[in-house]
Design a binder for this molecule. Structure first.
Ligand code: SF4
Length: 332
């Protein structure tokens, strides 16, 4: 059995604001196995990026945020490490790829020297050795003529090439976990497909766990084995990809799936839209957080907060946070 490389247990992230502490993540639990590709999906504002940045403890704990719960990485709780130990984890054992490669890369240095710098800092490589390894990384991520490209500045590369460079930097220290936060959002469709193919290939080739954060369910369907759906700082459904797409149990997941355009659908039919928007953290509804937007909401939903529970009669490890899914009534 593959072991869990990442195990998030009951993670709570509170932001310090002028109105006091606001809970942006509320009791999030999930895991990623060694070599597994897990998707995390939800609309903007659901807490996906807060989750990834909380795993890496990127919010300053003195001025910005407070964490509770456990983030077990290879059995070690990252929330208990001091900043020096955490710096060794970041960029070496866990790495991240963000959506905007242009702002993540330094505009005044050639990309080759930026990869070599990561190798110097995290691997202790020097001079020629670091440069040769950097070139090898460009080759690994499929950049043609890597020797020449080493000397290119970020603005001389296309969006897809820059994202490949970001992936090369992320992978140069052989991390055990890659967090890819909307890695293809800023790219056009064909380049998106190439970058996703690259991530899947490297996931298999390097047996590296990947947490893929996206709002694009189509990308999840093609790449992941398991998926967690987030809404307003909580996981509302989790299942293997086939189950989630065939038998979604939570009304929010159903809404997300219905809002994907279908090639075989009636072209005259309007695309489904989940009514309303994700509420502000200062206005979290009582009871079920999705109730104000849920077509199946009843009085009880506004009173009692649902727990994330196994779906009765569902596949193993299919969990949903909905009263109607939990009592076997289901929604259709
Ligand atoms: Fe909708 Fe009620 Fe289920 Fe919440 S608990 S998702 S409001 S049916």
């Amino acid at each position: 059995m593959a072991k869990n490389i990442l195990e998030v247990q009951n993670l709570v992230t509170r932001f310090k604001t002028e109105q006091g502490l606001m809970k942006a993540l509320d009791g999030v639990s999930f895991h990623v196995e060694e070599g597994e590709l897990v998707g995390l999906v939800g609309e903007s504002g659901c807490g996906k990026s807060v989750m990834s940045q909380s795993i890496m403890r990127l919010y300053d704990e003195k001025t910005q945020a407070r964490y509770e719960g456990k983030v077990l990485f290879n059995g070690r709780d990252l929330l208990t490490l001091d900043e020096k130990e955490m710096q060794r984890v970041r960029g070496q054992e866990i790495t991240m790829v963000f959506q905007d490669a242009l702002s993540a890369l330094d505009p005044v240095f050639p990309v080759g020297s930026q990869i070599a710098e990561a190798l110097r800092i995290h691997q202790g490589l020097k001079g020629k050795e670091a440069r040769e390894q950097a070139e090898e990384m460009l080759r690994l991520v499929g950049i043609p003529s890597p020797g020449e490209r080493m000397r290119s500045y970020p603005h001389e590369l296309s969006g897809g090439m820059r994202q490949r460079v970001m992936i090369a930097i992320a992978l140069c220290c052989h991390p055990k976990l890659l967090i890819a936060d909307e890695p293809t959002t800023a790219l056009d469709v064909t380049i998106q497909a190439q970058i996703m193919e690259l991530i899947v290939r490297l996931n298999k080739q390097l047996n590296m766990g990947v947490l893929l954060i996206t709002h694009d369910l189509a990308v999840i369907a093609e790449t992941c084995t398991r998926v967690a759906v987030m809404y307003l700082g909580q996981i509302v459904e989790e299942a293997d990809v086939k189950t989630l797409f065939r038998r979604p149990a939570h009304p929010y997941t159903r809404g997300l799936l219905r809002s994907i355009p279908r090639l075989d659908g009636d072209k005259r039919e309007r695309l489904f839209v989940i009514g309303g928007t994700v509420p502000l953290l200062s206005q979290i509804p009582q009871g079920c957080r999705f109730a104000p937007r849920c077509p199946y909401a009843c009085e009880d939903c506004g009173r009692r907060e649902p727990e994330l529970l196994p779906v009765p009669g569902g596949e193993k490890d299919h969990l949903a946070r909905c009263h109607k899914a939990a009592d076997g009534q289901g929604v259709s």
